[in-house]
Structure formats: C-alpha cells, structure tokens
Design a protein around this ligand. Structure first.
Ligand SMILES: [Zn+2]
Length: 428
C-alpha cells in the first residue's frame, strides 16, 4: 500500500516538477520516511534512509530550531501529511540547502537539547535510521548550545551528546538580529558601463526553493514549485524575442539566500530584476495578482505583513542570522537607488497594465513594502505576487500551464514596453 501511495505522490509531483529539478532523486541516498514519536524521556525524530549517511546537527535560536545537515539526498516520502505538533516538535521542513547539502529544519515548541543522535543499522524490516532524541531544557541551556560547533555524526556507531563537552563560543548577549531590510544591504562595487549592442539582461527570481517551500496551497502545492514553473516560462518567452537575455536565480529546487539573489542580479549586470512569489492568507476568498516595489514605508499593513513574511526566508531555511553583520546601511538615499526606484515604479505600472489584460488583479494592484530581495541599489526591481494559493481558483489556475503561459506573455509585453520607454527617454 505504501509503495502505491509513494508512486501516486511522485506522479502528482511530476505535474509541478520542472526539468532539472530531478537531480536530487538521482542522489545515491534516499530518505523513504519520517517519523516523530513521544516517549517518557522526550521526543524522537527518525529519518528512514536506504543507505548510510554522515550528518551534522546544530541549534538556532529565536525561534528554537534544530538543524540536520546531510549530504545531498533524494526524498521519496509516503504521500501523507508530514508529522507535526508531536511532543516537543511543532513542525519541520526539508529540502536542498545548497549544492551537495540537504537540510532538515525542525521548529521546536521550546528550548531543547539533543540527548542522543545516531544512525541505526538495518533491522526489523527497516533500512538505515537516523535517530534524534530531543529533551526539553531551559532557555539558558539552549542558548549555550547555539554557540556550539554542532554535533557531527559519522556513518558509524552511536554517538552521545555530552552537554558542555565542546569548547563554547561566546553567546551573543544582544537580542538576535532578525531578517530585516537593513540586514540585507550590500557593498557597492562599480558597475561597468553597458555596451549598447548587448541584449538587455533580465534576471527572473523564482521565490523560495529547497528547504524553504514558501507558502502551501489549499491542495498542498508548494509556492516554490509554482514560482519556478512561472519563472521558467517567462525566461523562455523573453529569450524567444531575441531582444533579451533572461536568466534565473535558480534553475532547480534549491535554497538561495535573499542576499545571494540580489548579488546574482548585480553580478549579471541586470537591467531588470523580477522576483516571483505567490501569497496565502487566512481569508480563502481573496484572489488576484499584485506587483510590489521597494519602499521604506509600506503602502498598507497587508503589504508590510507580506514583506515581513517573505523576508523570513533565510530564517526558515535554518541560517544563523546572529553571526552576521549588516554591511552597509542607508542606501535608500543613494542616487543610484533613487533612479532605480523610479524605474522600478515605471516598470511596475506597465506590468500591472499588461497583467490586467490577462487576468484578475487586486484593487490596489501596485503596492510598496520593504522586501529584502528588492534591495539591489542599481537594478530596477519588482516583486510579482502571482495570486493566492489559499484561494482554490487562483491555485488551480497557477497549476495550469496555459495560465502560466498567459502570465508570462503579459510579463514579456511589460518588459518590452518598459525598455522601449527607457530607450526613448535616452534619445531625448
Ligand atoms: Zn513567497
């Protein structure tokens, strides 16, 4: 029965999976199940694997997280909801963190310690099992372990974590820094002047990916798959015109940091950056698209809440933000920034116009908020929210290739119109 379910699951994934996103399944080690259970001592988290792996475990604070890093593995979990709200565990997510590393992030209900972490040899009908025993501890004890180098478990005999056995790094005393607009700012190397005969470079950024699934739709579809599918179609159509060179920040289901998406656009010397997302909210009747540009002040409270949610991507992927120093601040007053912001607004209004010809858009369709991914100071940048995965009509539409093709047509017309206006302005 389980095998039947698993193949049904793979079939429905295939609907959303894009070329290139299957390489994780070709990985030598495959995770076949995930189980969570409670016992008198605490909470046990188990990954079933078809072969041995080494892994590393470390902790992150605010919120309380336990991170398991593995070599790149494939995921063939049974088609059933992931365990959640069990014992000390609130929920967890998994996926490709970077080339060669898969990651599981456990969101805990409170401070915990790893009592034991080990790999079990095949027995009792199981293949290999990665076992993590977690116990509740005080916040102070948890924060001490956050400074640790982590617990390495080689594919060998059981290893027991001895609290305090490792040299401690100093525990940060200040409140941990959250993902904020100012934390995602960059030093500004000079950009090369553009040669006029070059094609315009457009960077399309499929939101989320890998260990960060983004929002989850009413039927269970992940935002990260929708964004990649739409981005790939936009890229295809833009490149087909022969006037643009479109590239994606990610071509597969892999995690990419917000700041790396922005750096990528700057390295590519992009003329335009479009980040693709899809939202979900409590009110399941709300549907339609919106376009966002950067602003220190959000245009409304929903826009502010959305930016806040999208800016947490790095946190969700299990990145330790407490060890990062913001590099440069106050780019908003930079002249290049002001010019890019004007251009972003220009592109956004054209984009709203073109999208309105194809589909339903929200009443306040162009809005402003502090999205970290829109902070390249010298690249006009917009964020397109494709619709609401919490609405069954929006979700169903986004799963259809024909609808994605129409959206991409609108984006292509908007890009065309935008550069025509830019060139006309340059001739005056
Ligand atoms: Zn998103």
């Amino acid at each position: 029965m389980r095998r039947v379910l698993a193949s049904i699951c793979l079939a429905c994934l295939a609907v959303m999976a894009m070329p290139g996103s299957w390489s994780a399944l070709a990985a030598p080690v495959v995770v076949t199940d995930v189980r969570v259970g409670e016992n008198a001592a605490g909470t046990r988290f188990v990954l079933d694997l078809d072969s041995k792996v080494s892994f590393r475990i470390f902790m992150l604070a605010d919120p309380y997280r336990v991170v398991i890093d593995l070599p790149e593995v494939g995921w063939r979990l049974p088609a059933q909801p992931l365990p959640r709200n069990t014992g000390l565990l609130n929920k967890f997510r998994y996926g490709l963190f970077k080339e060669g590393t898969s990651r599981v992030v456990l969101d805990m209900r409170g401070p915990v310690a790893v009592r034991k972490a080990f790999l079990l040899e095949p027995a009792a009908g199981y293949r290999y099992r990665l076992v993590l025993d977690l116990v509740g501890v005080s916040r102070a004890a948890f924060l001490k372990s956050v400074g640790d180098a982590g617990l390495e478990v080689a594919a060998g005999p059981p290893v027991t974590a001895k609290p305090g056995a490792r040299p401690k790094k100093p525990v940060p005393t200040a409140a941990p820094e959250r993902v904020s607009v100012s934390a995602a700012v960059f030093p500004l190397p000079l950009r090369k002047p553009r040669r006029t005969e070059e094609k315009r470079m457009v960077v399309i950024d499929p939101g989320h990916g890998g260990v960060d699934p983004g929002t989850v739709g009413v039927s269970g579809v992940y935002e990260k798959h929708i964004t990649l599918a739409v981005a790939q179609e936009i890229k295809r159509q833009l490149n087909k015109t022969g006037r643009f060179h479109a590239v994606l920040t990610r071509e597969r289901d892999i995690f990419i940091r917000l700041r790396d998406r922005v750096s990528f656009a700057r390295e590519k010397d992009a003329d335009l950056f479009v980040s693709i997302h899809a939202d979900a909210i409590k009110n399941r009747r709300v549907r339609g698209l919106s376009v966002y540009t950067l602003s220190e002040k959000a245009s409304d409270s929903e826009a502010a809440a959305l930016a806040d949610k999208e800016n947490k991507a790095d946190l969700i992927a299990g990145i330790d933000l407490t060890r990062e120093t913001p590099e440069v601040t106050n780019i908003l007053i930079d002249l290049a920034q002001r010019e890019s912001m004007n251009r972003s607004v220009g592109f956004a209004s054209g984009l709203v116009r073109e999208l309105a010809r194809e589909t339903r858009i929200l009443r306040n369709s162009h809005r402003f908020a502090g999205f970290a991914v829109l902070k390249a100071p010298d690249v006009p940048s917009v964020l397109l929210e494709l619709g609401f995965l919490s609405n069954s009509q929006d979700e169903a539409a986004l799963r259809r290739k024909t609808y994605r093709t129409r959206l991409a047509k609108a984006v292509t017309r908007a890009v065309d119109g935008y550069f025509a206006r830019v060139e006309e302005a340059a001739r005056k």
